[in-house]
Design a protein around this ligand. Sequence first.
Ligand code: UDP
Length: 346
Amino acid sequence: MTAPAAASSDTQASGPSGRHDRPVLVTGAAGFLGSHLCDRLVESGAVVIGLDNLSTGHLTHLAGLRGHARFHFERHDVTEPLPQALREAGAVYNLACPASPAYYQRHPIDTLLASTLGSWRVLELATAGRARVLQASTSEVYGDPEQHPQHEDYWGHVNPIGPRSCYDEGKRSAEAMCYAYARERGVPVRVARLFNCYGPRLMPGDGRVVSNFVEQALSGRPFTVYGDGRQTRSFCYVSDTVRALLALMACDWEGPVNIGNPREHTVLELAAVVRTLTRCHVPMHFSPMPVDDPVRRRPDIETARRVLGWQPQVSLAQGLMQTIAFFRESLARQPMAEHSAAAPPA
Ligand code: UDP
């Protein structure tokens, strides 16, 4: 797509140096990705305000920031009116939305509202406060793609009424809303299309393939493979994703940018790597493929390379080792029965 013209009201809240003149607002701050982002922002010297309704986020993810002079957390749902005081924020990372298919398909209305009403509230706030907005979008805007790998120019292949539509169409609406506010109100927007981010702080029981396979291997239960396991995903380690988000907020590019690891793996390959790394030789249990589950997914990251000078650095094995270590610790703290069943979404 053609990037909208640069907006005149851009206050350059976060320069390439990482300097932040005004506070940075992160919605979805207690989530898996949001909490890692807050860590890096505070580390970089920013004053950070984190919002989360704690529907899928956990305050434990933010334990390292508790009491920090430059971090403030507020429990707040982005679909509710945002406090006027938040207008002081010069940059907003809008991450608030459930992201695991198992969860968002159980809560389709909340999911849609987070991306539509929530993004509208964030963009209104940004208009009033002359802030820059980075919208966390997703590879799901490409649906079950007919083009491979997926380039940002591809318009996608989404079932608008299927069980994934609450997430896919919600995020597509959020993108549309961003560009409407860029064109009509001059809000500077950045759109990151994230591809299967994983790492420590994914939650056991959240239903994602990485969480399920790691938890299953560590507890000696069979891998729950949906379909024949030959569908593909491209897994991007969370530190790589966060680095890309910071670079995107700081850069001048206003078009959407794919953020993901271009190395593509089948679900069966992922299971094999988890098996090797955990040394837990659990069997495979096959069950039907969920409705509208994308068959292939791999990002074309030429835009990110060109405009951000970014590419992933962490290999799947390295990233999974960190993730496995995190799961070992959290499973030791909490017995398995306390985690919800990692059931297929549909
Ligand atoms: N999947 C699987 N077993 C699981 C969980 C997921 O085979 O226990 C598959 C799922 O059908 C999909 C892929 O793994 O093809 C990635 O699923 P995930 O929920 O992690 O994310 P998605 O990319 O679908 O949003």
